[in-house]
Design a protein around this ligand. Structure first.
Ligand SMILES: [Fe+2]
Ligand SMILES: [Fe+2]
Length: 332
């Protein structure tokens, strides 16, 4: 038996003030895919022109959320030094499992079994998808006990996955949903996106707390590592986008959206944006901004859920500068 002293999580000790904020916000947002009437999309689906792209997009997203459930959040939670942070990350992992399952719910509603099997086979064979899963997973699995550098790298990779790599996939349902096409499936995506926003900000914040304790030299070294990883993932993402969106002609717009979100991911970890500002398709941007006002499933759930109505997320939702105070990272 080991001689370790086992510590109990004490939520009364303010070890990590924001852990409580993230915990509360995540639970307020609880949702289940079955609450969305995806079956209302069936008639549009039957005549939808780009079923192949749509299915691949959802297959790719399923893989990323599977990885984030089974490896990402769990590995980071295992090695996070603070017990409250660990609890928050464990809750996030449960939401990743809901996300991964929700795509299957959409598949079951819209597709035949043989088509579903085909997509899950395609996921295993698509080299770009497999590349990004392997690249991120390797970093997750390289965390060493008591080593803040490898933990920071895993948190950085997690933010890249959640704030950047998901968006080549999110683009399509948001783009279509914003035009009234397959709108209920798009609502599932906007619920997932709402969770990913918290995850990216929270894990980015935990990462910044680790980062600011490194020496200047170490920070410079990790920044180079971080930008190189992002660029490598970006190159892969361009090829993935071209591959999946080929028949739709949407690749250039998807790529612009991917760059926009890569910048957001960098900002979540406290790094400077890398890509120049450019216009992103307004339908997709609008879909996100209006999310809180256009979707109303909480009100459809009946009285018990009425109190759970969640305020819409805006760019200011996660502005914690008033809480961070002197803790604010000074590495820029
Ligand atoms: Fe997720
Ligand atoms: Fe997530």
């Amino acid at each position: 038996m080991s001689n370790l002293t086992y510590e109990a999580v004490n939520w009364n000790a303010p070890t990590s003030e924001l852990a409580k904020v993230f915990w509360d916000q995540q639970w307020k947002q609880i949702w289940f895919p079955e609450e969305i009437a995806v079956s209302k999309d069936i008639s549009q689906w039957q005549t939808f022109e780009h079923q192949d792209t749509y299915k691949k997009v959802f297959g790719g997203l399923t893989l990323l959320d599977t990885l984030q459930t089974n490896v990402g959040m769990n590995e980071i939670a295992k090695f996070a030094p603070d017990l409250q942070e660990k609890a928050v990350l464990t809750v996030f992992a449960a939401f990743e499992a809901i996300h991964a399952k929700s795509y299957s719910y959409i598949f079951t509603t819209l597709c035949k079994n043989a088509e579903i099997d085909e997509i899950f086979e395609w996921v295993k064979k698509n080299e770009f998808l497999q590349y990004k899963a392997a690249r991120i997973s390797d970093i997750y699995q390289s965390i060493e006990e008591g080593d803040p550098e490898s933990l920071w790298k895993a948190m950085y990779a997690s933010v890249m996955l959640e704030s950047f790599l998901f968006y080549s996939g999110f683009f399509y349902p948001l783009y279509l949903g914003g035009q009234g096409v397959l709108r209920n499936s798009a609502e599932v995506i906007s619920l997932i996106l709402r969770d990913e926003s918290i995850h990216g900000v929270a894990v980015g914040f935990f990462a910044q707390n680790i980062f600011k304790r490194f020496s200047q030299e170490k920070q410079d070294e990790l920044k180079i590592w971080g930008y190189e990883l992002l660029l490598d993932l970006y190159q892969n993402e361009l090829r993935y986008t071209e591959d999946v969106y080929a028949e739709t002609g949407l690749s250039p717009e998807v790529k612009a959206y991917v760059r926009y979100n890569a910048n957001k991911a960098l900002m979540n970890v406290g790094f400077e944006a890398m890509f120049p500002e450019e216009e992103v398709n307004p339908i997709v941007m609008n879909g996100i901004r209006n999310e809180g006002s256009t979707y109303d499933f909480f009100s459809q759930k009946g009285a018990t859920y009425a109190v759970a109505k969640v305020a819409p997320i805006t760019d200011d939702t996660f502005n914690f500068s008033h809480l961070k105070g002197s803790e604010k990272s000074e590495e820029k």
